[in-house]
Design a protein around this ligand. Structure first.
Ligand code: ATP
Ligand code: MG
Length: 228
């Protein structure tokens, strides 16, 4: 995979299906930034930025942040220089309104999406994973506290940052987030599903399996493009 290519990638899928995990793994390989709207919102709350109270209210309940606010956040982020060759959007779009806005924004810049990965995992697995999930406060790497060897001091293997758990990874909130996903986000799967860039990836198994599939898809598309 060479640097001159663009990678405008969407990860869609229910909470806890692994969007952030896969995007983090691909980030170094593709050289485009991983943009997680959930992480951006949690940072805004942690820093007590303007509007943080409103954001915290929605986050803690597992509800979506209003579309107009999300659209402003994403417009600003996609205007930054580091997204010139692409981005991996994790957590946006999450509603039809957001998906249509993203189409309009990319259209107005003469750009399009390269890959849309719809990832899925059975809900009972999702809940088990999220209840055991922690992440590094500094670099964002995601850990499973049950299946991985974690240092007794709960520090990140990659950067030494502190491992913390998310406030919304509690059983009650999780089931509610899955309901919100079914109602608000699932319609965007249909919105994208007929496009040639759309791919479904099962992420209920080992990370390497799902990751291998994504890399195969990207490499196959590039070979096809090179021969065209
Ligand atoms: P995952 O478990 O894969 O990280 P998630 O959906 O549980 O997925 P985040 O993507 O981190 O978690 O999002 C956490 C919360 O942030 C959501 O429950 C919602 O309140 C808010 N949020 C994030 N992105 C959006 C968005 N595009 N529109 C509205 N709310 C959002
Ligand atoms: Mg996430």
């Amino acid at each position: 995979m060479t640097a001159r290519r663009t990678y405008r990638i969407l990860f869609i899928g229910p909470p806890g299906a692994g969007k952030g995990t896969y995007a983090k793994h691909l980030e170094g390989r593709l050289g485009v930034p991983h943009i997680s709207t959930g992480t951006m919102l949690r940072r805004c709350v942690a820093k007590d930025a303007p509007g943080a109270e409103k954001v915290r209210y929605h986050l803690d309940r597992g509800e979506l942040i209003p579309d107009n606010m999300m659209i402003e956040i994403i417009k600003r982020r996609l205007s930054e220089e580091d997204t010139k060759n692409g981005f991996m959007l994790d957590g946006f779009p999450r509603t039809l309104v957001q998906a249509k806005m993203l189409d309009g924004l990319l259209d107005s810049m003469g750009l399009g999406l390269d890959y849309i990965f719809n990832i899925w995992t059975p809900y009972n697995k999702i809940v088990q994973r999220a209840l055991n999930r922690a992440h590094c406060e500094a670099c964002g790497r995601i850990y499973n506290l049950k299946n991985e060897d974690i240092s007794p001091e709960l520090l990140c293997d990659t950067c030494g940052g502190k491992l913390v758990r998310r406030g919304d990874d509690r059983a009650e909130t999780l089931w509610h987030r899955l309901e919100v996903y079914d109602e608000k986000t699932r319609p965007i799967v249909e919105f994208y599903s007929e496009r040639p860039q759309f791919h479904e990836i099962y992420t209920g198994g080992p990370v390497e399996d799902g990751l291998g599939k994504m890399i195969d898809i990207i490499e196959a598309a590039e070979r096809e493009h090179d021969c065209a």
